[in-house]
Ligand binder design. Structure first.
Ligand SMILES: [Zn+2]
Length: 127
C-alpha cells in the first residue's frame, strides 16, 4: 500500500480488497475468461456485489468445483499483483488464466490420489 492509499499499480483508486481482487481493470478479463472456461454463469450480482458478499457467494456455493476454482483464481490474482509490484512483472491476463487452469488440474490430480475428482464429469465431487 502506498502512503496516499492509492493503488500502487493504477494510482487511480484506493487500494482496497475489492479493487485488488475484483474491480482492477485487468482482473475482469481473467474472471470472465475463467467463468466461460468452467461454464459458470456469473449471475446478476457477480460483478455488482460488495466484496464480502462476492467472496462468500463464490467460496460457499453449491459447486465445490467453482469454490475451488474461485479460491485458486483469487490467490493467483493476488500473487500476480505482488509479482507486478515486487518483481517488476508485466501483468498478462493469459498467463494468470493459464496458471489458474494449471493449478485446478494440480488440485484435481491430488484429489484423484485419494479417489476424489474435482473435474470429472459433473460439477461436484465424485468418489
Ligand atoms: Zn489499481
Amino acid at each position: 500500500m502506498s502512503e496516499d492509499n492509492l493503488c500502487v499499480i493504477c494510482h487511480t483508486v484506493a487500494e482496497e480488497d475489492i479493487h485488488i481482487l475484483k474491480d482492477y481493470p485487468f482482473v475482469c478479463p481473467i474472471l470472465c475468461s475463467l467463468l466461460k472456461e468452467y461454464n459458470r454463469s456469473p449471475g446478476g450480482c457477480f460483478f455488482t456485489s460488495n466484496f464480502t458478499e462476492w467472496i462468500n457467494s463464490n467460496i460457499t456455493s453449491s459447486s465445490i468445483l467453482w469454490n475451488s476454482i474461485f479460491g485458486i483464481t483469487i490467490w493467483s490474482i493476488w500473487k500476480a499483483r505482488n509479482e507486478v509490484i515486487f518483481a517488476n512483472w508485466v501483468w498478462k491476463e493469459e498467463e494468470v488464466i493459464k496458471k489458474v487452469i494449471f493449478l485446478v488440474l494440480e488440485v484435481d490430480q491430488h484429489w484423484k490420489v485419494g479417489d476424489y475428482r474435482l473435474l470429472q464429469g459433473e460439477d461436484r465431487l465424485t468418489v
